[in-house]
Design a protein around this ligand. Sequence first.
Ligand code: NAD
Length: 467
Amino acid sequence: MSDYKLLIGGRLVDGDASMDVINPASEEVLAACPRGSERQMNEAVAAAKEAFKSWRKVPMAERRAMVMKLADAVEARVEEFGRLLTQEQGKPLAESTAEIAYTAAFLRYLASLDLENKLIEDNENRRVEMRRKPLGVVGCIIPWNFPVLIVAFKAPVALLAGNTIVIKPAPTTPLTTLRLGELIADIFPAGVVNIVTDQNDLGGVLTTHPDVAKISFTGSTETGKKVMASAASSIKRITLELGGNDAAIVLGDVDPKTVAPGIFGGATMNAGQVCLAIKRVYAHESIYDELCDELAKLADAAVVDDGLKQGAQIGPLQNKMQYEKVKGFLEDARVNGTIIAGGVVEDRPGYFIRPTIVRDVSDGTMIVDEEQFGPILPVIKFSDVDDALERANASPWGLGGSVWSTDRDKAYDIACEVDSGTVWINKHLDFGPNIPFGGAKQSGIGVEFAEEGLYEFTQIQVINEAR
Ligand code: NAD
């Protein structure tokens, strides 16, 4: 029997079935994990619905205090949770412990926000007040790339606003979230937070459930479309944080040696499995060769290994399906470009792919146009920045992007023209709980973080009073 438990109605329970979780660095079974059933998912929604009746009336200060207590409990387990996260997700230990530390920081910051009523008019004719009420039961659907941190993007704001939640982790990375559930069980009233695992088969139960008022989903654009379609059945609120194909536009005035580490890091963090990773580089022809060489040097020097090994910079791909998918991108890169670093699958157990730099490649190929979600970076040459901008914006996605230049004003003007939710200048992948985050175009709907993110878990109510 697994020592991991689901959390349903305040009780830590076994799953109706069991499933194995694989360590992607060894392809060996890491742990047996409870697998929830449709019955258990329905039970979790019913528990959340019941708990909502009283949770919505708990003073906000008390709800806040509970989230803060959870932040403290997570912070006390950074090492323990970080190690488990590396074992199930694959990322290097330093990245895992950072993810757990950020989880505590996000919980704490987001729980510190406030929801205040707004007096719109108060005169001899009428008094008009806008309030923000909780929605009810919220389904939080989580992907496998940041399985713990993304829970902390959603849970604190949902709970602070007075909603109750059902969390559904991704099937290949449920373990650290179930450990989080043990902490939650000791802090929150029964049914306020529920966690049910699946094998990619219970998301639809949540998204079609008549008693679920909102779905906060992070995952691929393809699944996001399904979520949006099924949410229509009961006009559920949705926040969708989906895929991306972030472009870095590198102008001719930069020193390639100076910018290469930032670009390489922005592309290969978590083995490239980051929604906001740099997934294509547009480099000006005057620095193209040198930038390609610098990126190749960094790729050649990168230590690819089991995330638990000291010095590992890049771990394995998270799961077999993603590994096979990324191998398909390697094949495309071989056909449509010139691979100048990496390009090989490591000959050992585990889903390891060396960081790969591809040059002499252009738009209209799979490696440039699609989200590779792996450590492969295509570098495309441009001569006219307006043309680069147009090509960067031609993507159906619009999550992030970056402009690299020593001319701040020029970079700023270009940044304003990029069709994405976030644009960085001379960096990539910098975000925080106080900075609203969301995707343009097919990268999503709605925002997370900051007050704007909190509002998405509320329903506006206007009280309009005669005088
Ligand atoms: P995925 O879409 O395959 O799965 C995400 C979650 O959805 C999992 O929990 C999965 O079990 C669940 N799911 C599967 N089918 C479902 C259905 N029919 N209805 C409801 N839920 C369903 O995504 P993934 O492969 O786990 O994650 C990688 C993707 O997520 C990438 O495209 C990446 O860019 C994106 N992502 C986006 C952000 C962001 O904030 N924008 C952050 C992280 C990852």
